[in-house]
Write a protein that binds this ligand. Structure first.
Ligand code: GTP
Ligand code: MG
Length: 296
């Protein structure tokens, strides 16, 4: 396929300083792609700034929504907007600079090569995370390991938010069914794509923690997300597989505890213990779910 038309969707909530930086970088790094900013009526005036940028550049577009309604809602609106206008490839990118536009070509090259969905992965070989506290890194990596084993997808970073997606995937999945809690919809979307037989691939990226502005999510979504994933895993695997998942979770935590990383501070140890405990709990939950299913 030659030069599919590509739209990069950037959801924003209070990203006034970051927005011009990120749109500028996208336009420089990938001049052929169009940009859609999806702003949820940010109190800091990000929406007005987006209008200014769009007025100066006809490859920048803005979708204004009336109130803060979460990332999934913003992406669903952005996907609709892009599908209506006939884009072949729809990309997801954060506004805060965590997803480098200079690496977008890695994702798009795989699309050109025939992939249906490409995930910019922190945890595949060659992927990196810059400026994350070690406990956040361990939690994210451990959580993703758990998710990968529980769902049996072989993907290393299903919570990742840097993606390129062919429109056929978005048309082939019931988007209205996606779970909406924190970032769980990212896992759900990738899982449904794999289950539907689409070609889902990962490429390594360097994820950089935001330098400007405030985070919109607290940590509570992590546990909620993993519990949800365990339920899906239980629906698709045997008891044996879910027990294996919980064993692997424990093993992973053991590895972290005994790796040089753990020597770096008690925070890392706490995170490793947390992952270990969580994996054990989730294993129990998975068995419970399976038992319940069998009884039905
Ligand atoms: N439109 C819209 N965008 C949102 C909403 N919540 C978050 N965003 C945007 O989604 C992207 C990811 O959110 P972040 O706050 O960076 O979440 P995070 O990466 O977990 O947090 P940090 O580690 O602080 O970067 C950013 O571009 C946000 O501006 C929302 O409710 N609506
Ligand atoms: Mg961020």
């Amino acid at each position: 396929m030659n030069n599919p038309s590509t739209l990069v969707i950037i959801p924003t909530y209070n990203e006034l300083e970051n927005l011009p930086l990120i749109t500028g970088r996208v336009r420089d790094a990938a001049p052929q792609v169009d940009v859609l900013v999806v702003d949820d009526n940010s109190p800091d005036g990000t929406g007005g700034k987006a209008d200014e940028l769009a007025a100066d550049d006809d490859q920048i577009h803005v979708l204004h929504r009336t109130k803060k309604d979460g990332l999934l809602g913003a992406y669903l609106a952005g996907f609709e907007w892009g599908k209506e206008r006939g884009y072949d490839v729809l990309c997801q990118m954060d506004a805060d600079g965590s997803h480098a536009p200079e690496e977008l070509h890695r994702l798009l090259d795989q699309i050109e090569d025939g992939a249906d969905m490409v995930i910019g992965s922190r945890y595949v070989e060659g992927g990196k995370v810059v400026d994350w506290p070690r406990d956040r890194f361990l939690l994210s990596k451990g959580g993703n390991l758990y998710i990968s084993v529980a769902l049996g997808t072989g993907l290393t970073d299903m919570t990742a938010g840097y993606r390129a997606i062919r429109r056929e995937v978005l048309e082939g999945i019931d988007l209205a069914e996606l779970s909406d809690a924190g970032y769980i919809f990212q896992v759900d979307l990738a899982y449904r794509a794999v289950e539907a037989g689409f070609d889902v691939r990962e490429v390594p990226i360097t994820f950089t923690e935001r330098a400007i502005g405030e985070s919109k999510l607290d940590g509570s979504f992590v546990k909620d997300s993993l519990v949800e994933v365990t339920k899906w895993g239980a629906q698709h695997h045997t008891t044996q597989a879910t027990e294996l998942a919980s064993e692997l979770g424990r093993l992973a935590a053991y590895e972290y505890r005994h790796s040089p990383l753990a020597g770096l501070g008690s925070k890392a140890k706490n995170a490793a213990t947390f992952v270990s405990d969580l994996a054990g709990e989730l294993g129990k939950l998975a068995k419970y779910e399976i038992d319940r299913k069998v009884r039905k």
